[in-house]
Design a protein around this ligand. Structure first.
Ligand code: IVH
Length: 488
């Protein structure tokens, strides 16, 4: 292959990989298998190894991250990134709508766009001649930080736009994490003795703040684009058609979470439907954003003290409740990691009965100064089991008992030790039944050997029969062993 052939092949591979990544990540409609995609990527990487001069910043190979930075460079937004005012009930919605009508001297109903208010991190993307040139955080709204390398690792952020594209485009959106992927990431971190994130938003913020973008590349981040800084740069006349334009450019918008609604009544209906749908969503939202749909009216309304007059956040009630922490016990994981779990007096939190809460580790117990018997605020924030977020110290009677880190493993009695660089203490026992059981569960699980039928209860029975002392024993089980089991 000569240089010009290599160049041609490189161009084709980049185009194909961009296309298939878009089909898979943004549209959820893959056209080829993962293996076929990987083969194309391998070919690209080989080609770039032989011809390094072909590597361009927008090559799909650049998504894996770049060498770490020493610090982040500040970036002053060409137009401030505004924040939103907020409302929490229909009376305030009526006031918001009335203020808009008054300012516009409008008697008729206003058309609004209602969007899910994603609970993530706001970013700005700048495309020059169709190529992602700069990405930054919001910062204080005036000046943020350049995090281009980190943003390039997010598969739903296109490195190149679909033509025809404007010469210069600045869009804004929210980077977030799906709850399930967030939980998976936290489980892995817990097992590795790393600090867990309190919620998907903190995890997203932490992931974007990495100086080493190769670390960001490992985090399950996604983006939804929701706006533009200067509406004169779009041909669109309304916010919803502008979103459709973004989509044509290959940008990911939250189509399924966007509704056009007329007047207060229309908006209130969307809000109530969304509130009911909230629990079923794959990601966290903390409310709805209401925007005047007409871009001309948005411009006419303008802004006051860094908040647009044409938009507001319609917040959801927090998913919190107050209850008594009855006890704390320790769970032992497969690597011996010991995690404290709070047992609560059962309480309803936005429709779900809650009786256990996560305390994560003893740093967290110390930070909250939580004690057995305390009245605590629990919050469901994306985790399967809720978090204790605060102690109601005013309600203390003096009877509350601190819960120190155990010196012995609650399952086997072996000594417990905590390494300086870890946040979790670990059982030092070599034949701890809790570690064995968790290890077996992990081995048989879907992400492990995927042994069908070997679930929690079956393993418990086999352990009770004394037939399992190691993972290898699974392969030494005989027919006779199995016939001793219930319903076998
Ligand atoms: S519009 C001037 N739309 O909420 C308009 N913001 O204070 C400003 N957010 O951190 C933002 N989902 O990142 C808009 N669909 C959405 C949003 C959204 C989440 C965030 C935004 C900012 C905060 C607003």
């Amino acid at each position: 292959m000569d240089h010009s052939q290599a160049q041609q092949r490189h161009q084709d591979l980049c185009r194909e990989l961009h296309h298939h990544s878009y089909q898979y990540h943004t549209l959820d409609q893959p056209e080829i298998t993962d293996a076929q995609y990987d083969a194309l990527m391998r070919e690209l990487l080989q080609l770039e190894e032989t011809w390094p001069e072909l590597i361009s910043p927008e090559s799909p190979s650049q998504r894996v991250g770049a060498p770490p930075l020493d610090s982040f460079t500040p970036h002053t937004h060409s137009e401030p990134m505004l924040s939103l005012g907020n409302i929490t009930n229909i009376e305030e919605l009526v006031e918001f709508d009335q203020r808009i009508k008054n300012t516009l001297h409008e008697a008729g109903e206003i058309d609004y766009v209602c969007e899910m208010k994603l609970d993530g991190v706001a970013v700005e993307l700048v495309y020059e001649k169709g190529t992602l040139a700069l990405g930054s955080t919001r910062g204080d709204g005036i000046t943020g930080e350049v995090i281009t390398e980190n943003l390039k690792t997010i598969p739903t952020i296109p490195l190149v736009l679909h033509p025809p594209f404007p010469d210069h485009l600045e869009v804004r959106g929210e980077v977030y994490m799906d709850v399930e992927e967030f939980q998976q990431m936290n489980r892995t971190r817990e097992e590795n003795g790393e600090a867990v994130f309190a919620n998907p938003r903190n995890a997203t913020a932490g992931s974007l703040r990495q100086l080493d973008s190769r670390e960001t590349a490992k985090r399950p981040l996604k983006i939804f684009i929701y706006g533009i800084w200067d509406s004169s740069r779009t041909e669109a006349r309304t916010h919803d058609t502008m979103l459709a334009e973004f989509q044509k450019l290959g940008l990911r918008t939250n189509t399924a979470g966007t509704w056009v609604a007329r007047g207060v009544q229309g908006v209130q209906k969307v809000y109530e439907d969304l509130l009911a749908e909230r629990e079923a969503l794959p990601f966290e939202i903390d409310g709805m954003v209401i925007k005047v749909n007409s871009l001309a009216l948005q411009a006419e309304l303008g802004q006051v003290s860094r908040r647009p007059r044409w938009a507001t956040a319609y917040k959801f009630p927090p998913r919190q409740a107050v209850t008594r922490l009855e006890n704390i016990d320790c769970q032992v994981g497969r690597t011996g990691a010991i995690t404290p779990v709070a047992h609560l007096e059962p309480v309803e939190v936005s429709g779900v009965m809650v009786s256990r809460a996560s305390l994560h580790n003893w740093d967290e117990i110390a930070r909250l100064d939580v004690r057995i018997g305390d009245r605590v605020v629990v919050e469901r924030a994306g985790d399967v089991i809720p978090d204790v977020v605060k102690v109601v110290t005013e309600d203390r009677t003096g009877e509350e008992k601190p819960f120190p880190m155990p010196e012995q493993c609650p399952a086997c009695g072996s000594p417990v030790a905590k390494l300086d660089e870890e946040v979790v203490p670990r059982c030092q026992g070599l034949s701890c039944p809790a570690q064995l059981k968790e290890g077996l569960k992990h081995f048989c699980s879907r992400n492990g050997m995927d042994i069908e039928g070997l679930g929690d209860r079956f393993l418990d029975q086999l352990l009770q029969l004394g037939r399992l002392n190691s993972v290898a024993d699974l392969y030494r089980l005989t027919e006779e062993d199995l016939f001793q089991m219930e319903r076998m």
